[in-house]
Design a protein around this ligand. Structure first.
Ligand SMILES: [Zn+2]
Length: 291
């Protein structure tokens, strides 16, 4: 039995292998529909493009996941534990050979939050390509806080990889944005011969901390917009009787109420200005400045 579906398209000319993934979170249907719509029409000119529907069972049940978050399952110790039969761990084992054979990865996601902004998750070796994505935000430095995504697995091999968060999952504009991301990506990897469309300027946000509730349930103090800029001493929430503030950084991401212990409650990021960004090495010469 398999929990993934693969569609491969091969160009007439040699070229790189790109993997495009949807359905890592089964309830993010907008990008599953995008795959259904564009794969039959899309012609690959060079190399090979592998389209992968991940977590078919979660897609079928319209759930984020069945046993555990697939986007945290690409962890060596989980994968190597033969007794671990959780669906998403088995699914990660199925996906890995495709990641290992690919030069580039684009993993499409969307958000549960109606006011979400589109953004990219990647590391500096992928900044060159990320700059061509149709969104204003590039976020990085996730791997030490939230390891185990498809992109994390590619980063371990220093490959160019990113997750594109296209916006609210209930908004059809998110699907159109993801389509533009996908076309721009394939254009820059050389898999299709087409010009990339104009893309907005980017802000770069470095993730600086992740808050997990260790002792008690966590409740947010109010609704926050994703990427909301915090004023000093903004109360983010309470864990039991303890008041929780940001210890460093001032941009808040993904605040969630949590009942169970040791859950991801929120992340904090800081904006990196252009000057400091130059100090972060862009290893990806191929895509420097776009094409
Ligand atoms: Zn997702």
């Amino acid at each position: 039995m398999t929990n993934i579906r693969i569609i491969e398209k091969v160009g007439n000319n040699p070229g790189k292998t790109t993997i495009m993934i949807t359905g890592v979170h089964g309830n993010e249907k907008v990008n599953v529909k995008l795959f259904d719509r564009i794969i039959p029409e899309l012609r690959i000119d060079n190399g090979r493009v592998v389209f992968l529907y991940a977590n078919l069972e979660a897609i079928e049940q319209n759930k984020r996941f069945i046993d555990i978050n697939l986007n945290r399952a690409f962890i060596r110790e989980l994968l190597d534990d033969e007794d671990n039969k959780l669906l998403e761990v088995q699914t990660a084992r199925e996906i890995i050979p495709y990641l290992d054979n690919a030069d580039y990865l684009l993993d499409l996601h969307s958000s549960n939050s109606p006011d979400s902004k589109p953004f990219v998750i990647c590391e500096p070796q992928s900044f060159g390509l990320a700059k061509s994505m149709p969104c204003g935000l590039i976020t990085f430095n996730w791997d030490e806080f939230e390891p185990g995504s498809t992109e994390y697995w590619m980063n371990l091999q220093n490959k160019v990889a990113m997750e594109f968060e296209g916006g609210y999952l209930g908004d059809s504009a998110s699907g159109l944005r993801a389509e533009e991301a996908l076309m721009n990506f394939l254009s820059l990897t050389g898999n299709i011969n087409c010009a990339i469309r104009r893309v907005p300027n980017k802000k770069f946000l470095r993730i600086v901390s992740l808050y997990k509730n260790k002792e008690s349930s966590f409740g947010k103090s109010r609704e926050f917009a994703d990427f909301e800029k915090l004023k000093e001493k903004t109360l983010i929430g309470t864990e039991g009787n303890k008041k929780v503030y940001a210890d460093k950084g001032n941009i808040l991401l993904f605040v969630r109420d949590r009942e169970e212990l040791d859950q991801e409650c929120f992340l904090i990021a800081e904006e990196i200005d252009k000057e400091n960004l130059l100090n972060i090495k862009e290893q990806d010469n191929l895509f420097k400045g776009g094409k």
